[in-house]
Design a protein around this ligand. Structure first.
Ligand code: SAM
Length: 232
């Protein structure tokens, strides 16, 4: 697949879109988040005692779980609206939230973290090589990088990150790039990371009983989860 924007995308449009989405992000019955909740924590595994950086933390869906599981979490996002939601939640005081644009170098020293983690952010980033190079730089030797993303099959079906503004009823698409799985994997390899696993996941009937919007996606790949390691 190409890395052409499905909808012309720039950082300002994405940030402004998520500032608006923040108020309803946790409550709009998003099937991709539900599928990610099932598979991504399994890929992450035990984080107790680990220094973790989460890139594109949003409203802290994973951040608070990681902190509650005993990780020292630094959580990065550029949307003040999403960060405000995250900071307002019980347990948020256990994480260190940093406002930063991921299209720029991360404000962390080399090898600062045992785990670099990111969920459902890749579609908003034009430069996958730059993103994974920064992941490789800030993870310690022997540390892991775990990244989930919307599966490109969703783009072929006309789906991309979007929400309905509850005030205006407007359908808002912050802006996405339809990166293929190959582009994601090759960016990991070019960053010098060792690929350990790539999982592709579909919602099933059980998920659809919990999240109605998953029904039309049963059997279609919705989620990619990449696991890599920085070997010395
Ligand atoms: C779909 S949300 C995912 C949030 C959270 N990781 C989750 O799984 O619920 C994408 C997040 O990435 C953030 N994001 C997108 N592009 C970014 C960039 N260039 N720099 C920092 N954050 C970015 C957005 O603000 C938003 O919070």
């Amino acid at each position: 697949m190409s890395v052409e924007a499905i909808r012309p995308s720039d950082e300002d449009a994405v940030r402004e879109g998520y500032d608006r989405w923040a108020a309803v992000y946790d409550r709009d019955g998003n099937p991709l988040q539900a599928l990610d909740d099932v598979h991504t924590p399994r890929a992450v595994g035990d984080v107790s005692g680990l220094r973790v950086v989460e890139l594109g933390c949003g409203t802290g869906r994973h951040t608070l779980r990681l902190a509650a599981a005993g990780a020292a979490v630094t959580a990065v996002d550029f949307s003040e609206g999403m960060l405000a939601e995250a900071r307002s939640k019980p347990g948020a005081d256990r994480a260190n939230f940093v406002q930063h644009d991921l299209s720029k170098p991360l404000p962390f020293e080399n090898g600062s973290f045992d785990l670099v983690f990111s969920a459902l952010v890749l579609e908003h980033l034009a430069d996958l090589d730059g993103f994974f190079a920064e992941c490789a730089r800030v993870v310690r030797h022997g540390g892991r990088v775990v990244v989930s993303a919307m599966h490109p099959a969703m783009f072929l079906r006309g789906a991309q990150a979007r929400f309905t503004d509850p005030d205006s009823g407007e359908k808002v698409m912050p802006g996405s790039y339809d990166h293929g799985v190959g582009a994601m994997v090759m960016a990991v390899v070019r960053a010098g990371l060792t690929l350990e696993a790539v999982g592709e996941y579909t919602p099933d009937a059980e998920l659809a009983t919990r999240v109605v919007r998953a029904e039309k996606h049963i059997g279609w790949p919705m989620l990619v989860v990449i696991q890599a390691r920085r070997l010395a």
